[in-house]
Design a protein around this ligand. Structure first.
Ligand SMILES: *Cc1c(COP(=O)(O)O)cnc(C)c1O
Ligand SMILES: [Zn+2]
Length: 433
């Protein structure tokens, strides 16, 4: 590998390794950070340059990840494997804002990435690195979206994708993608944490490149959510950025990127980070509120399968990001998640359940007086509405166990006559009613 200007540094013990060494963890077991040497980067870094690239026709300028390549991974354009990630919508919905209690709320919809989740931002960098290491097999354990993304990028790169999926626990839209993109899909008994442990073991033994978010290059790509969000906001820093918390890579990534922007004096402050967990899968919430290291929890349980994780890999990075930004961790129930989802969906924006934990979390933080109703808040919607159709249909036909489904929009059975249809239309509720 040529011109390696970064090193790998352990988050737990600060040991450091060469940037082109093939490893995912420190000898001590800690996760690694990519630490850049921005002085050594050849191209100039600046907000104006990032803005100029918005008008470019070059593939690497048009990607919402590689547009910021000097900050993400300074490799040659010809080495980049991308499919135009990012460039996701920023929505201002009065209905969602009113639901949360925050007036100035925007929704960054990462479900608009090529495979329908933010995972594509990390995956383009991860697969680019796998290719630089001349690996021809890649693997991940996944609650669904990582495998969908990896399967697509690996297929484009001509690599074999091996997916470890907790049996019967992933949403259909995601399983569809892994199968369709041609991944070798292994259904593993047990929950995500079992699959995660197994994939690390097998990758080390078989020489397969690991593409879970323990891979620090995935985190580098995910930083671009924050870069693009700020660019969308004309480089003004919001007061809060809110993300759902599962394996805890995403919030950590966003803050790492913004910290680097601040250290380069391209922005003058950091937003506060709020990480929202599901009540049934809340190990970070427990660690944060009780003020100790994370203890893995057994049998995590939530309908938001993307964040159903009891032993998150990036908890140390996440706690660091929360402390450093005067952030917060909150938790919400599945019922609150699905109510928020009904609001986000009916606003015409739409997102999968885990994504809507952010909106439920904002409402909760405002209610508790932790988040000021006058603050400027950016919520990250992590995945697409169509990822989990079962939940949507279940909710709107009121078939979700022990839930009122108060905002259900059930289909109405009518006769095939104009009068029957007309009667149904006249009875319809007004928009938002
Ligand atoms: C992966 C994922 C998450 C969790 O992100 P982490 O970085 O693991 O905390 C949340 N929502 C969706 C839709 C995801 O795919
Ligand atoms: Zn270490």
């Amino acid at each position: 590998m040529k011109h390696v200007t970064w090193t790998l540094v352990c988050v737990a013990c600060s040991a450091s390794y060469p940037g082109d060494e093939l490893r995912h963890r420190c000898e001590c077991g800690g996760v690694l950070d990519v630490i850049h040497d921005f002085d050594a980067a050849t191209a100039p870094i600046g907000l104006a340059a990032f803005d100029r690239r918005l008008g470019s026709r070059e593939r690497e300028d048009r990607s919402g990840v590689w547009r910021y390549r000097e900050l993400v991974l300074p490799v040659a354009a010809s080495d980049i494997l991308c499919r135009g990630e990012g460039n996701t919508g920023l929505y201002y919905s009065p209905r969602v804002a009113e639901f949360t209690g925050v007036g100035d709320l925007c929704l960054k919809h990462e479900g608009e990435n090529p495979t329908g989740s933010f995972k594509d931002r990390g995956m383009t960098v991860g697969v680019t690195m796998a290719r630089l290491h001349r690996m021809d097999r890649v693997a991940c354990a996944s609650t669904g979206n990582t495998s969908a993304s990896m399967a697509s990028y690996a297929a484009l790169a001509g690599m074999t994708a091996i997916v470890f999926i907790p049996e019967g626990k992933i949403a259909y839209g995601k399983l569809c993608q892994a199968l369709a993109y041609g991944a070798l899909t292994l259904q593993i008994p047990g929950d995500f944490d079992v699959s995660m442990k197994l994939v690390e073991e097998v990758c080390a033994e078989e020489g397969v490149y690991l593409l879970n978010s323990v891979n620090p290059f995935r985190i580098e790509g995910q930083k671009a959510i924050g870069f693009e969000l700020l660019q969308d906001m004309k480089w003004e820093v919001p007061d809060w950025i809110v993300v759902p918390g599962g394996n805890l890579g995403n919030g950590s990534a966003i803050i790492k990127g913004l910290r680097e922007l601040r250290d380069l004096e391209l922005i003058d402050r950091l937003p506060r980070l709020a990480v929202i967990q599901a009540e049934g899968a809340n190990p970070l919430y427990t660690a944060y509120t009780e003020g100790h290291d994370l203890t893995p929890m057994d049998d995590p349980d939530t309908l938001a399968t993307a964040i159903k994780i009891g032993n998150p890999v990036s908890w140390r990075k996440s706690l660091r990001a929360i402390r450093e930004t005067d952030g917060i961790v909150d938790q919400v129930s599945d019922e609150e998640i699905l109510e928020a989802k009904a609001v986000v969906d009916a606003a015409g924006v739409g997102a999968e359940p885990a994504s809507c934990a952010t909106v439920a979390g904002i409402r909760s933080l405002v209610e508790k007086g932790i988040m000021d109703a006058n603050s400027r808040v950016a919520a990250v919607l992590t995945g697409h509405l169509l990822k989990d159709p079962d939940i949507v249909v279940g909710y709107h036909t009121r078939k979700i166990e022990a839930m009122a489904c108060g905002r259900a929009n059930a289909p109405i059975q009518v006769e095939a006559t104009a009068s029957s249809v007309a009667a149904a239309i006249r009875k319809a509720r007004p928009l938002g009613g």
